[in-house]
Design a protein around this ligand. Structure first.
Ligand SMILES: NC(=O)c1ccc[n+]([C@@H]2O[C@H](COP(=O)([O-])OP(=O)(O)OC[C@H]3O[C@@H](n4cnc5c(N)ncnc54)[C@H](O)[C@@H]3O)[C@@H](O)[C@H]2O)c1
Length: 367
């Protein structure tokens, strides 16, 4: 069995354990990471994940008292406020109290949803996460952000609600398609580019096949989680430093929204976003050409830069203006002073953004 990693997260508001490894949910000590003295244990579980891993999950669930299982349909469209209200009513009907706990089992959609429900049910009850996608392991299950979508925007209603613990069993990744794996690899790469040298090194010395090796994957997830924790522990509520985690996301979100959230996967949009924002960093005289080509080359080795983008840079820019992270009418970006040294809230003029977008789109068209 691959080595078991245990990490401790400590924020101003709480501390919690994170367990990472293969087949860990069958270990006795894993059960101790979630209390077994709650009056009810509400499991919010992805239907798809339950369909793929039902036997394993049933064994795990059987350890908990007062079990109530709530299946959830996957898909971003289900992470919404109206459905959250219906689940809260179901919690009441099932008799959940202030002494109950919630366990979220699935990708980031289910994790965010379960986290949101637990953050407001009876003014907040504990939530535990069993993330089953790479993105939810390296990103969404840690840091305490929970949210649902409103009709006018993604993640617009939410709360900070730190988990009681997080169990990352990489056995679940065996059934995760490569395209979904890539969404998580991009977030790890982002960590690599903004300061997590270990994730960058692991990603550069592997490819889409070898990265799935249990030991390699455990190392990558551990490095990435440790890095994200080091950031959110210093700025739990995103009043400053935590903004560096948005590297690549302002351009990335604009691409996703311009392409109606169906034309490009999240990971590939963020990958392009990182290349473009790295390009702006170079135009600022901060990042060297060699660094830029190093970033491009690791992205290409995981097939992250093959999205078909027949776009007008001015349309991308106009979608960037709506990003909720921009204030005061300007475009604030996270740029790289050098590899591993990000700077947040850098005001960038629109001409530079257009030029960098044009550079990237021209290269994609082979101009
Ligand atoms: N809270 C945060 O800090 C934070 C950070 C980043 C992203 N997010 C949120 O995370 C969500 C995206 O998460 P995601 O990328 O995990 O997507 P997801 O939850 O939609 O999962 C992607 C797909 O993988 C399937 N799946 C999940 N586990 C599987 C497994 N083990 N095997 C096979 N298929 C599996 C799901 O059914 C789904 O179809 C978004 O809603 C985003 O807003 C939150």
């Amino acid at each position: 069995m691959a080595e078991l990693k245990k990490l401790m997260a400590g924020t101003g508001s709480s501390s919690y354990g994170i367990l990472i490894g293969k087949d860990i949910i069958d270990l006795d000590e894993t059960g101790n990471f979630i209390p077994r003295n709650a009056d009810k244990t509400a499991i919010v579980v992805s239907k798809r994940v339950y369909g793929l891993h039902g036997e394993t999950l049933d064994r795990f669930f059987a350890r908990f008292p007062g079990l109530e299982i709530f299946m959830m349909d996957d898909g971003e469209e289900n992470k919404n406020y109206a459905l959250a209200g219906m689940y809260l009513d179901k919690f009441i009907q099932a008799g959940l109290s202030r002494k109950s706990v919630v366990i979220g089992v699935g990708g980031g959609v289910v994790g965010d949803f379960a986290g949101f429900l637990s953050s407001i049910y009876m003014r907040g009850i504990p939530v535990y996460h069993l993330p089953t996608t790479l993105l939810s392991m390296v990103d969404s299950s840690i840091g305490g952000k929970t949210a649902v979508n409103l009709s006018k925007g993604k993640n617009m209603a939410g709360a900070f609600h730190q988990p009681g613990s997080v169990l990352m069993d990489i056995r679940f990744l065996d059934t995760l398609p490569d395209d979904e794996l890539k969404n998580g690899l991009v977030e790890s790469l982002k960590h690599g580019l903004i300061g997590d040298g270990k994730s960058l090194e692991i990603l550069e010395s592997n490819d889409l096949v070898s990265i799935r090796n249990s030991d390699v994957m455990t190392e990558l997830i551990s490095a990435s989680v440790e890095f994200k924790l080091s950031v959110v522990e210093r700025d739990e509520r995103e009043v400053g430093l935590r903004a560096i985690l948005n590297f690549g996301h302002t351009v990335g979100h604009a691409l996703e929204s311009l392409m109606d959230y169906t034309g490009i996967p999240h990971g590939k949009a963020v990958a392009v976003g990182m290349i473009v924002e790295a390009g702006i960093s170079r135009r600022n005289g901060w990042l060297g050409d060699a660094d830029l080509s190093r970033i491009g080359s690791v992205m290409r080795s995981y097939g992250l830069l093959d999205a078909d983008l027949n776009l007008d840079p001015r349309d991308v820019l106009s979608h960037m203006r709506f990003d909720k992270k921009n204030s005061g009418g300007g475009i604030n970006l996270v740029l790289l002073r050098s590899l591993g040294s990000p700077e947040f809230n850098v005001r960038v003029d629109e001409k530079t953004i257009i030029e960098s977008l044009s550079d990237y789109l021209a290269v994609r068209r082979g101009v």
